[in-house]
Design a protein around this ligand. Structure first.
Ligand code: AMP
Length: 398
């Protein structure tokens, strides 16, 4: 694993100004934070820095203002909730750089916390503009990155600052990098990967990388249909990227060459309509009718997949096995997630999952808390599964 400094490497930081990149990009409903999971994730780093007497300036983006000020995307909206979660007063500063920030830092006491305005209100943030990076860095003595979810971007607040100031991984970033490294960097074999979700096209790089890394690749969700079609199986009206069957075939060949066993469903749950509780049939993949839609992996395949997980030591999971938002097409996802959770609890499996839909699916299955590690990062988690170097992580390397 890449080597990076953590908060353990900080010396005396009493009175020092800490620029801390966090993920405050929370969902809102009616002007209020509707899910505070990401806010809670910053508690370990912020509390530790506050206890050590640093003056903490939080940096984060919110939505996609694309370099211009949009009052409806101001981080001022989350200050009240953040203050409640951190159990301390949080100051809001309406700029990210310049004299307003400097004056605000001067009135902060040791251990105080301020949130600087949405980093993406600045045109230079996403282009990693050096002048903006220098202006932000001028108000800090050191930089901490605790936002793994933004680490696939080379922006001022995720990468640029790390080149200008002494830099450290925050506690949540550190935990995430360690968990991901254990799961794919230096895993215990056999390793299984579950890759599901709608389309092959959005996860081509993931699949191509995983076949070289894992012993068992379990393909579910809509994307399995493209693989079934590549094998000459008729998938009726199912979601299927027929133009990608050659690519799917290439992935299967690459898997063969790398000794990776690919598991495709051999029974499936089909319906003629995409709605809750329509008439459904469970059929062998060779019996899918012309007007059928495959909406979930069938119970026999799920049982066989559970047996695969039982012989594995490590599991990486992204994407649901079926259209899990609509009953009864959540069955395969729920069942396999519960098996993985139980094996993890028993101690025979290390399980890492990530991606927005995946977190929702595991939560729906009641399995989320029993996984070894669940990453709420979407894009960054997928790029990590693709084997890519993440600029925000690279910038922390020593
Ligand atoms: P992704 O964002 O690529 O992980 O895709 C997640 C979406 O894939 C979810 O909204 C699922 O409902 C959908 N999905 C999974 N399996 C199927 C399927 N067999 N047919 C259609 N959609 C599916």
């Amino acid at each position: 694993m890449a080597n990076f400094k953590t908060l353990d490497d900080l010396g005396d930081i009493k009175g020092k100004r800490a620029l801390v990149r966090v993920d405050l990009n929370v969902p809102m409903a009616d002007g209020r934070v509707s899910d505070a999971t990401r806010l809670k994730a910053i508690i370990p780093t912020v509390s530790e820095l506050a206890d050590k007497g640093a003056k903490i300036l939080l940096l984060a983006h919110f939505g996609r203002p694309k370099g211009a000020k949009h009052s409806e995307l101001s981080l001022s909206m989350i200050v009240e909730k953040l203050s409640e979660i951190l159990n301390k007063e949080v100051m809001f500063v309406a700029e990210m750089a310049g004299p307003v920030v400097q004056q605000s830092v001067e009135i902060l006491a040791d251990g105080d916390v301020a949130v600087l305005e949405n980093s993406r209100f600045n045109a230079g943030e996403e282009s990693n503009d050096i002048a903006l990076a220098k202006a932000v860095a001028a108000n800090g003595d050191f930089y901490v990155n605790d936002a793994f979810s933004a680490a696939h971007r080379a922006h001022v607040t995720t990468a640029g600052l790390a080149h200008l100031l002494p830099s450290y991984a925050g506690r949540t970033m550190e935990a995430e990098l360690k968990a991901l490294n254990i799961a794919l960097g230096a895993p215990q074999h056999p390793v299984a990967a579950v890759v599901g979700g709608a389309k092959v096209s959005s996860k081509l790089d993931v699949l191509q990388h995983l076949v070289t890394k894992v012993d068992h690749l379990i393909i579910g969700g809509g994307m399995a249909n493209t693989f079934l079609a590549a094998r000459g199986i008729k998938v009726g009206k199912s979601l299927c990227e027929h133009d990608l069957t050659d690519t799917a075939e290439e992935i299967l060949e690459a898997a063969d060459a790398a000794n990776c066993t690919v598991h495709l469903p051999y029974d499936v749950v089909v319906a003629k309509e995409f709605r809750a509780n329509p008439p459904v049939r469970t059929v062998n993949v060779h019996e899918v009718g012309e007007d059928d839609m495959i909406l979930d992996v069938g119970p026999a395949a799920v049982e066989a997949l559970a047996d695969v997980l039982k012989i594995c030591k490590t599991l990486v999971w992204n994407g649901p096995m079926g259209a899990f938002e609509i009953e009864p097409f959540d069955m395969a996802t729920v069942s396999l997630a519960r098996t993985a959770a139980a094996l993890t609890k028993e101690g025979s499996l290390l399980s890492v999952a990530g991606g927005g839909d995946t977190v929702a699916a595991l939560a729906h299955a009641g399995a989320k808390d029993d996984f070894t590690f669940v990453s709420t990062a979407g894009g960054a988690f997928l790029e990590w599964m693709e084997g890519k170097d993440l600029p925000g992580v690279q910038a922390l390397e020593i």
